[in-house]
Design a protein around this ligand. Structure first.
Ligand SMILES: NC(=O)c1ccc[n+]([C@@H]2O[C@H](COP(=O)([O-])OP(=O)(O)OC[C@H]3O[C@@H](n4cnc5c(N)ncnc54)[C@H](OP(=O)(O)O)[C@@H]3O)[C@@H](O)[C@H]2O)c1
Length: 399
């Protein structure tokens, strides 16, 4: 038996030490022993000692209750239904998700029949739907395309079937080449027509890294530079087609992805996604710059030509064909979920015909409403820099 145990059991008597002191020493030693042979309490014991049995907060309890209730409801709802009924219900749910795509059809004011429009990218997708609507509204449309003969044949067949009032001409245009843009404009001027609308709709996205013969990044040239050159070259015809009651209009089909651009003018990146965003940003900013410049030339009175840029909505078209994930399956999914090219074209047509935008030139539209843009679009310095840089790159003499 150790000394401590002897003390603890009271069997050891210490000489000259009071009873109280013995008790005190005993307590101290007991405490020391407890510390040496410390017993770690079990989990249960700890829970019991420190926390109350129910540690869930009120919110957690309410959430659990709600989940249980939903589960019960789901089981109840499923009970009496056949597979067919469940599929129909799912389809109704899908419809409700996409019902905001049901854009009312736009038709041109009657007075616009006989007007002339130039459309780029009119061979497929959104551009094709725009051309068809314009022709159905009795307008004369000139389509700039890589394959004019094939497209002319296709339009010929379609016109016979649809009994449209208007007419279509297809001219060769390759936006990867400034020379081709020049030839297209020469051909147009040979027709001796005034121009009421220029719809810059052609576009490329996520094309593998490449340069054009003119030495520019392919997205930059096709989506932005060539359209700028086209606008510059056709401006005299647009002025001629303009009247006080119906000013001519340039519609640049841009994209909401312009917001992902770095907003820099110093280097044109070869990252295909960024190059697309950059080219679309330049379209939006240049739309504003065109309006400013032309109004300034007209002494800040309203310019004879109006400029609008827009996002047509996310549509299932061939635009995504270069994306790594694009295949037959994903295309079929896109067809179900995204807007159709026809629906996208309605937003373009609204930008073409809506007269309420007239007083706010150079605006950017999304869902037919004025929308916010990349912050640099608001910077006059950026717009001026872009304007001069573009004219330098295209070697356009200051007029
Ligand atoms: N679809 C969308 O979700 C979406 C979203 C935002 C913005 N946008 C914009 O909407 C516009 C139309 O796109 P989309 O969806 O209708 O695409 P799309 O179906 O691929 O049509 C693109 C058009 O551009 C033409 N094109 C391409 N390269 C050309 C070149 N080098 N020279 C002349 N024409 C050329 C094509 O003509 P060929 O057939 O002859 O090659 C085609 O007609 C684009 O500017 C795009 O950026 C589309």
């Amino acid at each position: 038996m150790s000394e401590y145990e002897k003390v603890a059991r009271g069997s050891l008597k210490l000489k000259g030490v009071s009873e109280h002191e013995i008790k005190k020493k005993k307590k101290k030693k007991e405490k020391k022993l407890l510390e040496v042979t410390k017993v770690v309490p079990s989990d249960d014991a700890r829970k019991q000692s420190t926390k109350p049995a129910n540690t869930k907060t009120k919110a957690e309890l309410a959430f659990e209750k709600m989940q249980e209730k939903r589960k019960e409801e789901r089981i109840k709802a499923r009970a009496g239904k056949t597979h067919k009924q469940r599929v129909e219900e799912f389809n109704r749910h899908l419809d409700s998700l996409t019902e905001h795509f049901d854009i009312p059809k736009v038709s041109a004011p009657e007075s616009r029949a006989g007007n002339v429009a130039v459309v780029t990218g009119g061979s497929c997708g959104i551009g094709l739907a725009v051309v068809k609507s314009l022709v159905q509204n009795g307008m004369h449309v000139i389509v700039g395309t890589l394959h004019p003969n094939e497209l002319e044949r296709e339009f010929g067949d379609w016109k016979k079937r649809s009994k449209s009032l208007g007419s279509v001409d297809c001219l060769q245009l390759d936006l990867r080449s400034f020379e081709s843009v020049g030839r297209f404009c020469d051909e147009f001027f040979k027709m001796q027509l005034p121009l009421n609308y220029l719809i810059n709709c052609a576009g490329l996205m996520l094309v593998p890294q490449s340069k054009t013969r003119d030495g520019f990044e392919v997205h930059l040239q096709v989506n932005y530079l060539s359209h700028f050159l086209l606008t510059h070259s056709l401006y005299p015809a647009l002025k001629e087609g303009s009247s006080l009651s119906f000013p001519s209009r340039v519609v640049n089909v841009s994209s909401c992805t312009h917001r992902f651009s770095r907003g820099k003018l110093d280097d044109f990146n070869f990252n295909a996604a960024l190059a697309y965003a950059d080219s679309k940003l330049f379209q939006v900013a240049a739309t504003k710059a065109w309006d400013e410049e032309m109004r300034q030339r007209a002494g800040y009175a309203s310019s004879p030509v109006e400029f609008v840029s827009l996002h047509p909505g996310i549509c299932s078209t061939r635009l995504y064909q270069h994306a790594w994930w694009f295949n037959e399956f994903t295309k079929a999914c896109m067809d179900c979920i995204l807007m159709s090219p026809e629906e996208g074209s309605q937003l373009v047509l609204r930008a073409v015909f809506d007269v309420s935008h007239g007083s706010r030139h150079g605006i950017y539209l999304e869902s037919n409403r004025k929308a916010s843009t990349h912050p640099v679009v608001h910077q006059r310095v950026f717009r001026r820099k872009l304007w001069h840089l573009t004219r330098d790159l295209l070697r356009l003499d200051a007029d």
